[in-house]
Design a protein around this ligand. Structure first.
Ligand code: SF4
Ligand code: MG
Length: 283
């Protein structure tokens, strides 16, 4: 059985020292090992942004795709090979701006993949512009006098779009994040995990200390029931979205694959190829 070390490769991340994305990488490696996935049975599909590089930093199948398009690719990979564990990943700009249409439809489609967003409330790769997750008044190169657009509450959005698994975590809480990724992988359907992952270079407002001061852990909320969608929405509104933990899970809703007539009986794309070794090596 693989350990988290088996998910390491020799590529050195070129993230800035202190970037939250390092912990997300470690959490994925640990969670994959903990749920018993093998590196050759894991596919990580990422979008564009600093965080999008993660698919190259983990020993698994990986594809560093195009901006905002991690989800269509990841859903296609899962449909073509149902035996793979598929993780899509990227940043808040990638998933909640250019990729938002795909995010909403992936949520309501409920294909059995896990989507991990590294949310730093800014565009880091392009050196600091507001993202859909930036707060009002946030000053960046694109908003020198402060942003006048309101920040998107993605967890509330996911609930209204019909998500069956909604979670949020903080990159410096490796234990909670790893446990949530494990639950997300094991969930039969689409799981969205938004991770507060500070950009230490360009976001000087939403820092590690800022999150530590402002986050409420759902484990500390009395009588919180993650199967109660109404309570999930109310709790998010009360805390302005700044909660971490498993926000909502619907275990009853079947996944897309389970709903699709004939899907499991038909040979899948890769199974019908029947190539011999020579043909395969030419591909
Ligand atoms: Fe991380 Fe920000 Fe550096 Fe990008 S610019 S690697 S998001 S700290
Ligand atoms: Mg970002």
């Amino acid at each position: 059985m693989a350990t988290f070390k088996d998910f390491r490769n020799k590529v050195k991340p070129n993230w800035c020292p202190g970037c939250g994305d390092f912990s997300v990488q470690a959490a994925i490696q640990r969670a994959a090992a903990n749920v018993g996935v093998e590196p050759d049975n894991l596919a990580i599909i990422s979008g564009i942004g600093c965080s999008g590089r993660i698919s190259g930093y983990i020993n698994s199948y990986g594809l560093h795709g195009i901006h905002g398009r991690a989800l269509p690719i990841a859903q296609g990979v899962k449909m073509a090979n149902k035996d793979l564990t598929v993780i899509a990943s990227g940043g808040d700009g990638d998933g909640f701006a250019i990729g938002m249409g795909h995010t909403v439809h992936a949520i309501r489609r409920n294909i059995d993949i896990t989507y991990i967003v590294m949310d730093n409330q800014i565009y880091g790769l392009t050196k600091g512009q507001t993202s859909p997750r930036s707060d009002v008044g946030f000053k960046t190169k694109s908003t020198p006098t402060g942003s006048v657009e309101s920040s998107l509450n993605v967890m509330e959005m996911a609930l209204t779009a019909g998500a069956t698994f909604v979670a949020q975590s903080f990159s410096s809480d490796l234990k909670e994040l790893t446990a949530l990724i494990e639950k997300g992988i094991e969930h039969k359907g689409f799981s969205l995990i938004n991770v507060f992952s500070p950009c230490v270079t360009f976001n000087k407002v939403n820092t590690y200390d800022w999150f530590k001061t402002n986050i409420t852990k759902l484990a500390d909320v009395q009588d919180y029931n993650e199967e109660n969608r109404m309570q999930a929405m109310q709790t998010l509104m009360e805390h302005n979205g700044l909660v971490t933990g498993l926000i909502y899970q619907n275990k009853q809703q079947p996944s897309y694959q389970e709903m699709l007539t004939g899907y499991s009986e038909k040979p899948l794309a890769h199974e019908s190829l029947q190539l011999d070794e020579e043909q395969f090596n030419k591909m």
